[in-house]
Every structure is written in C-alpha cells, then in structure tokens.
Design a protein around this ligand. Structure first.
Ligand code: SF4
Length: 267
C-alpha cells in the first residue's frame, strides 16, 4: 500500500516553483522556525486550526470547513491530482514541484511521489532548505530534476538565532549535491536587518562561488504572510520590518554578481 503523508495544499498552475506550468504539493512540517516564514501554517507537522480559507488556484482538499489546515493523504490520491494536468506540463515544459514546509521531513512519502512522477515522465522540482541527513539527501536526489535550494544565512550563529537551527548540515548537503552535479538553483530570501548586510552578502558570495549551480535567485522579503499569523494565533516577529527597496535589491544583486554568479530577482 502506498504511503500516507500530510500536506496542506495542492496548488495548480503554479509558475514560480520551477520551469513551465506546474502542480505544487505543499508538505506540512518544518524543523526550522524562520522569523520571516511566509508559510507559518506549514511549520507544525500535524493538522492544526486555521480560522479561514486561503488562496486561489488551490485544490480545496486540505481544509475541513475552513478550520483545519493539513490532512493526511495517500500517494495514490496525490498522483491522481498531479496526473489531471499532464497536458499543461507537456505544453509548457513544466512538471511537479514539492514544497512546504520541508518536504524532506516526510522522506518516504516524498520519495514514492518522486518515483511515481519519474515513471510518468514528469519533471520534478524540490523546494528545500536542505535540513536532513546526508542519507536522506542521497535517497531522494536521483529522482529530483531540479533543486530549489533555500539558503538563509551562511553565518551559523545568526542562522541559529533567526531560524532555530544550525546550518552545518544544510551547507554540507548543498556542497554534496553540487559535487554530484545535480541541477541546483540557490534561492536567498532577502530579509532586511537579518541577512542583507554587506558582510552577509559577501558570505553568501564566497560560499556559493565554490558551487556548481545554475544561478542564484533573490527573493525579497514581503508581508503577504502577515494575515496567516493572526489566523494561527502566532506572534509575527517581522511586524516592524519593511520590504527592501528595489535599489537595495539591485545593490545586493551587483555585489553577488561580483563573485562571478548569475543572479536573478524573483518578483
Ligand atoms: S524553512 Fe521555509 S517553511 Fe521552514 S520555517 Fe523557514 S521559511 Fe518557513
């Protein structure tokens, strides 16, 4: 029997989670607690109360009466949803993306889905912060066509303060995937006052320079997740933080490019 997993959303016609038109499966559960997390409903492993329904283009199978977010679902059920849109993936060179939360926390469920997608000839993308053991990374990597690898901070002390965990394993896993020549896009959320100083950007540049990657994508901080904190009755630690200006993002892009990196800004 196929594994069960816990997800909190299936987003159809996604265009920011990899190439072409995609279906994105959002896994519940994350070992990190980033101050700026714009998907706070993803952090807890178990389904939890949520006071309202969210989003458009979403398959509304994760919420019960709009009050509980997250539900247990089988690989077969998820594949049924994925396979409904094969024609769109084919026309747009798209595919399937796994995001969260941290999908690696549900490694068997993720692995079965990846294997089934590859059997059906579908392109797979994994959006991950890489916080898992080396064994888990090596287990799932062969069926991932593209890694969207989120890097929050290179300075470990700051990483621990602002995400709740050390980045040692995260950096080691990224180096490993790069050495093994997997396709990697490094994604950096740009969070004012937390990881946007000249020193922070230089740390990113020096570390990423050593890697074989396709490019770096910058994700400027935004306040879209604000409402979710209220609905989850959680403290929003970013209340006073203003999104970075276009000028500051451009400066950061230039600083990273000075390390011989290709850099894009996600809008
Ligand atoms: S890794 Fe992603 S999902 Fe997890 S807490 Fe950080 S921003 Fe949120």
């Amino acid at each position: 029997m196929a594994s069960q997993g816990i997800i909190f959303d299936i987003k159809k016609y996604a265009i920011h989670d990899g190439p072409g038109i995609r279906t994105t499966i959002f896994f519940k559960g994350c070992p990190m607690d980033c101050w700026w997390c714009h998907n706070p409903e993803s952090q807890k492993k178990e389904p939890e109360p949520f006071t309202d329904a969210l989003q458009t283009n979403s398959v509304n199978l994760c919420r019960s009466d709009g009050e509980i977010i997250g539900r247990s679902i089988s690989v077969t059920e998820v594949m049924k949803e994925i396979n409904k849109d094969i024609v769109f993936y084919e026309e747009s060179n798209g595919g399937v993306s796994f995001s969260g939360g941290e999908p690696l926390m549900q490694k068997d469920f993720l692995n079965e889905l990846l294997i089934d997608c590859k059997k059906n000839g579908l392109h797979t993308t994994l959006d991950t912060a890489g916080c898992a053991s080396k064994e888990i990374i090596l287990l799932i990597a062969p069926n991932v066509d593209l890694f969207l690898y989120d890097l929050k901070l290179v300075n470990d002390k700051k990483h621990q303060k602002f995400t709740g965990i050390s980045n040692k394993e995260i950096l080691e896993n990224l180096l490993l995937l790069s050495e093994l020549k997997y396709n990697i896009l490094v994604r950096i959320p740009i969070i004012p006052t937390i990881n946007d100083s000249k020193e922070d950007i230089a740390d990113f540049g020096k570390f990423i320079q050593k890697l074989n990657i396709i490019r770096v994508d910058l994700l400027p901080f935004h306040t879209i997740g604000e409402e979710k904190y209220k609905k989850l009755n959680k403290v929003n630690r970013m209340k006073e933080i203003i999104p970075p200006s276009k000028e500051r993002i451009e400066e950061i892009k230039k600083q990273l490019e000075s390390f011989d990196l290709e850099v894009c800004v996600e809008v």
